[in-house]
Structures are given as C-alpha cells and as structure tokens.
Design a protein. Structure first.
Length: 353
C-alpha cells in the first residue's frame, strides 16, 4: 500500500517547529506590561489594566510591506523588512493618539526557509521594541504552489489603545496653524513598484554601489521605515499635536488632507528641507516629475504634524529631544475654493531635479 507524507506534498512540519523555537526568544524580548509575549497558544491575552489604562478605546490596524519585499527576496537580505512591517502598522495607530500594545504577523511562503524566516521575525521583534509593543503571536503558512521559489509575503496586525477622549482627529485644525515635518529614513515602504522600475531601467544590480549612498543599492533601498511612536505619543500627550499624518502611499499630497477638517488647506514649502539623495536620484534616473514625486513618495518627510503656533517651539524641541529631525514646513490656510486641493506643495523647482 502506497502512503503519502505531508513533506512529500511540500510542507515541512519540522521546519515550522524549528522556526517557532528560533523566534520564541525574539518574541520574549518584546514583553511589556499587560502581556507575557508568549508563543505557541491558540490566542494571546492582553491585560489593559496592567498596561495602565482606565477607560480605554481600542484602535486596530493592518498593513504590509508591498513590493519592497522583492528587493529583500532578490538580494537575500531579510533582516529589515520586519521593521517595515511593524512601522507601517504602528505609525498608523499613533496618528490617532493610540499607544501600540500588541502585534501579530502573517508570514506566507511556498517553502519555509528557517534562516530567512528567523531573520524576518528578528526584524519584526526589533520593530516592536522600537514601538514599545509586544509581539504576541502570528501565523507561518507554508503553501506549495502558491508562491514561486524563494518568494514570501508579510502582513502585520496591531492593536493600540487610548483613554476615552484622548485621541486626536484633526477636527480643531484651523487657518494659521503650523505644519511640522518629521524626517524619514528613506523611501520607507511605499512606491517600490516605481522604484523597482527605475532600477530596472538603469540596469543596476542589487549588489552594485548605490548611486546616492555609500552602500549597496539593495541595502540603501531597504533602509527600514522609521517608527515614530515614542516621539509622537509624547507630543500627543503633551497636548502639542492637533493632527498627525503618516506619509505612506499617496505621498504628501494625498495623506495630509486625510486629517484636515473641511474648509482648510495645508500649504507646504519645498524650500523648507533638502530633498534626500535617494529621491533626487529616483527623480533623475526615472525621469519622474517633482509633482509626481510628492504624490508617490514621502520625499524626506515621513510624518506631518499640525500644531497651534503657540505650541510650535515646544513641539519642535520635544520632537528633537526624542530623536526626530523636525522642521517647520508650512502653514494651514483657508481653502481658496471648495474644490481646491487639501494639500499644495510650492517651490518644487528648488529641488533642481
């Protein structure tokens, strides 16, 4: 009688168990009040009271890393995309005033590579430590036939909390308020379909020297998304931030209006900061216009904060004290017409693309 084994169908249970054992200490390193950060159960518990909350509102997010993963896969460098995964979720929590509490990941691949999986989760744990949230579990799915050899995908899920009435939604933003930018660490995790197209047209290998940095092209482009949680939570709790906008897909033009009330417009001056070299190179090598750049990329500003003018100096000081490169980039004004855009960026020719 012929018998079949699961491994012959392409699923290696032993490899899955080896990965779980390898990542247990990584998860444990993210432990925080309210969670024991243990792995292996069917679900994870979190004690909001132990975390210091009295009357909490929960906030949930989910996101991925997008086609930036293709660079990690093709270059064999998997150790930073986990930070991206966490950052994309927790930065979306903090813009509402929520403190990230816990994180779960979904890692799917055709054939499980324990070394690559461990490197990925090591990055996830590092992202969680930067955000102050616990890695409480996740799912590793080995699915033969669903992914090409070496390919994988990641999804992240995070839950945060804030005390009732302590959130921010931009409803108090008004004309005359000041717009502050917090610097990005690079491209972050959006626009990589265009990035990869530019790299392909330039006929550059991932291990080639980056034209814009003292590193390989892959390493330079894989610079992980900045985690803004600890600085922005301080700014929210200090009462400085009226609104925060995480600059992701859609760039400055589409993300800033998401936190504005009707009738106002953010006016950003591109002369307020220097365009980082990676963006200048992408624009020149890819023949991408400045107008398109600000619709696709963060262009060096990964988080936008809107403050009352009376809070400007204190907000800049507090942000810098918590490790941010912060600079005033614009103002809030009344919309000239009802159909005017919510965000305009002037002096784009200053970037000399």
């Amino acid at each position: 009688m012929t018998t079949n084994r699961y491994s012959e169908a392409g699923v290696d249970i032993d490899a899955g168990e080896a990965l779980v054992e390898a990542i247990k200490p990584l998860a444990k390193s993210t432990r925080r009040p309210g969670s024991e950060a243990g792995l292996g159960g069917f679900g994870a518990l979190f004690d909001l009271k132990a975390a210091g909350f009295k009357d909490p509102i929960l906030v949930a997010t989910t996101d991925g890393v997008g086609t930036k993963l293709k660079i990690a896969i093709e270059s064999g460098q998997h150790d930073t995309v986990g930070i991206d995964l966490v950052a994309m979720c927790v930065n979306d929590l903090v813009v509402q005033g929520a403190e990230p509490l816990l994180f779960l990941d979904y890692y799917a691949t055709g054939k499980l590579d324990v070394a690559a999986g461990t490197a990925i989760v090591k990055g996830i744990a590092e992202g969680c430590r930067q955000a102050g949230c616990a890695l409480v579990g996740g799912e590793t799915a080995e699915m033969p036939g669903m992914y090409s050899s070496g390919d994988y995908d990641l999804a992240g899920f995070s839950i945060g909390a804030m005390e009732r009435g302590a959130g921010i939604d931009g409803s108090t933003v008004k004309a005359g308020d000041v717009v502050i930018g917090l610097a990005s660490t690079g491209v972050h995790s959006n626009g990589f379909s265009l990035v990869r197209r530019v790299v392909a047209s330039a006929e550059l290998a991932w291990d080639a020297p980056a034209p814009f940095a003292n590193d390989t092209l892959a390493r330079a482009l894989l610079a992980p998304t900045r985690v803004y949680v600890k600085s922005c939570i301080k700014l929210v709790r200090a009462g400085h931030a009226k609104a925060l906008a995480h600059i992701t897909g859609g760039g400055l033009i589409d993300n800033v209006p998401r936190v504005l009330p009707d009738g106002v417009q953010v006016q950003i001056d591109a002369k307020a900061w220097n365009l980082p070299p990676v963006f200048a190179w992408l624009a020149r090598a890819g023949k991408v216009s400045a107008a398109e750049m600000v619709r696709v990329f963060n262009c060096g500003v990964g988080m936008v904060m809107i403050v009352d003018p009376a809070h400007k100096d204190a907000a800049l000081k507090l942000a810098r004290e918590h490790g941010e490169t912060a600079f005033e980039i614009g103002v809030v004004a009344e919309k000239p017409s009802a159909d005017a855009p919510g965000c305009v960026v002037s002096n784009l020719d200053n970037w000399k693309l």
